[in-house]
Ligand binder design. Structure first.
Ligand SMILES: NC(=O)c1ccc[n+]([C@@H]2O[C@H](COP(=O)([O-])OP(=O)(O)OC[C@H]3O[C@@H](n4cnc5c(N)ncnc54)[C@H](O)[C@@H]3O)[C@@H](O)[C@H]2O)c1
Length: 444
């Protein structure tokens, strides 16, 4: 059976798209895709659940560096799955078609590159890379190997973001001039202080393998289980959360990235040994692109927000605003049709003359029609329980079957990760960075 499935996957890789789509319909019930998850912590487990929920998709193996998570994987997904600490063992297996990579950020590029070279399709968690030059390399490997790589910022597959995109393109808020987006939290777990298991030790954790190319450091359970707090392994709040906001923004607007990046922030509250800020602000210049006008972007993450977790977008246009939260809301308050006046400080004669001229230009009866300008609000809500994460995995496995390209490929992934990583650089280097979104390179 594995041979049939493998044969199907390999033959579809070589046929034109239309033919591949037709062929997809002919897949027999036995043709399934076998995948493995590399990194089965919080997100790897979520990804595995969403992947397993897809038709014709089977989990056969997992890889992790903490034994407890390998044990847990068997408890949850069955004793039949194989487990390992070494992801290369999985890449050598002929019966594995695709891998989900949900390791800490410093391992993303290396494992994704090795996986594509080994002929696997890849679902790679965001941010695509920890360092910008690795992004360009990954793009080359994707191109050369012809593998599917989808980055795991799931809002790119969301029907909510799709609706926002359609509304924006249809001119629902006129011409875009500003976008504000934020991700605020106010809890220890929200600020990445994840639980450390009681059996964490150099015996149960493969510490040397975890470090990889990161600087040498003695075993530290905190660094292993709370890796986001350290620049050696993570990418700060910008790589963790700004990147989702860039992905959502680029999907909705069709923008490919900013030309100027400035970011500043600080460590204001979670002084637990971390070396990254817990409050970060970013401002960005987006140039005109296709039909999209130039606009500005303001991003914020605040892990000490004095309230509860919330995240959203506000697109501001010449005719209204479009907000994304759980759904999409378009609000409009028409502009006043008269300019009005501010003449109280003028001499009386000047006021009279001004009013004569004003009333001649804007003759109106009292009360001004403007006083009852209509306000409108339209809301679009997704069905209860809707999961963009399931849709994102559906899109990935659809691409694996049909060989049709995914939206969130390595170029899309780098165009989101690049400005997010530059935000960190801007904050730490205390300077503005110029970015070329076309070539995805730092200009100065
Ligand atoms: N798409 C989303 O909404 C979303 C949400 C959360 C996290 N993420 C991303 O998912 C990734 C994982 O985050 P997390 O919160 O699950 O972290 P986590 O610490 O819970 O899990 C990471 C796991 O990777 C394992 N690991 C580390 N190095 C490895 C290696 N070389 N080979 C195999 N396994 C290795 C660790 O043992 C750990 O179990 C990150 O890149 C993060 O940015 C995405």
């Amino acid at each position: 059976m594995a041979t049939t499935r493998r044969h199907f996957l390999e033959t579809t890789a070589a046929v034109p798209l239309a033919a591949a789509a037709a062929q997809e319909k002919k897949v027999s019930a036995n043709d399934h895709i076998q995948f493995a998850t590399i990194g089965v912590g919080g997100m790897g487990s979520e990804d595995t659940r969403s992947a397993r929920a897809q038709d014709g998709v089977k989990l056969v193996a997992v890889c992790d560096l903490y034994d407890g998570r390998l044990t847990r994987a068997k408890e949850v997904w069955g004793k039949d799955i194989s487990t390992t600490r070494d992801y290369r063992e999985l890449l050598q297996r002929k019966d594995i078609d695709a891998v989900v990579i949900a390791t800490p950020d410093h391992w993303h590029a290396r494992i994704a590159s090795d996986a594509m070279e080994a002929g696997k399709d890849v679902y790679l968690e965001k941010p695509m890379v920890q360092k910008i030059p690795d992004g360009q390399k990954l793009t080359q490997v994707e191109k050369r190997t012809g593998r599917i790589l989808q980055v795991g910022s799931q809002r790119v597959s969301s029907i909510v973001y799709q609706k926002a995109k359609e509304l924006l393109e249809a001119g629902a808020i006129g011409e875009l001039n500003l976008v504000e987006a934020w991700w605020d939290r106010n809890s220890a777990i929200g600020a990445w202080e994840y639980s450390i298991p009681p059996d964490a030790s150099p015996e149960t954790v493969d510490w040397d393998r975890f470090l990889g190319n990161a600087p040498k450091h003695p075993f530290d359970a905190n660094r292993f289980f709370r890796w986001r707090c350290y620049r050696d392994y993570g990418t700060g709040v910008a790589g963790d959360l700004f990147v989702h906001l860039f992905s959502g923004l680029h999907f909705v607007t069709g923008a490919i990235g900013p030309t100027r990046v400035y970011s500043t922030g600080g460590l204001r509250f979670w002084n637990d040994g971390r070396d990254v800020p817990d409050v970060l602000l970013g401002v960005y210049d987006y140039p005109a692109h296709g039909k999209l006008p130039a606009f500005n972007l303001a991003l914020r993450v605040n892990f000490v927000n004095g309230g509860s977790e919330n995240s959203g977008f506000r697109f501001v246009g010449s005719e209204g605003t479009l907000a994304i939260g759980g759904g999409v809301t378009v609000s409009k308050v028409p502009r006043e049709t008269e300019p009005g006046y501010t003449i109280g400080t003028f001499a009386e004669a000047a006021q009279k003359e001004f009013l004569r001229e004003y009333n001649r230009k804007y003759p109106h009866s009292e009360p001004a029609a403007d006083a009852i300008r209509p306000q409108s609000e339209e809301r679009y809500n997704p069905p209860r329980g809707y999961s963009d994460h399931l849709d994102h995995h559906r899109n990935f496995f659809h691409a694996v079957r049909t060989r049709k390209p995914v939206v969130e490929n390595t170029v899309f992934g780098l165009r989101a990760a690049g400005p997010a990583l530059l935000s960190n650089m801007s904050h730490f280097d205390e300077r503005i960075y110029d970015w070329d979104p076309e070539t995805m390179r730092i200009k100065s």
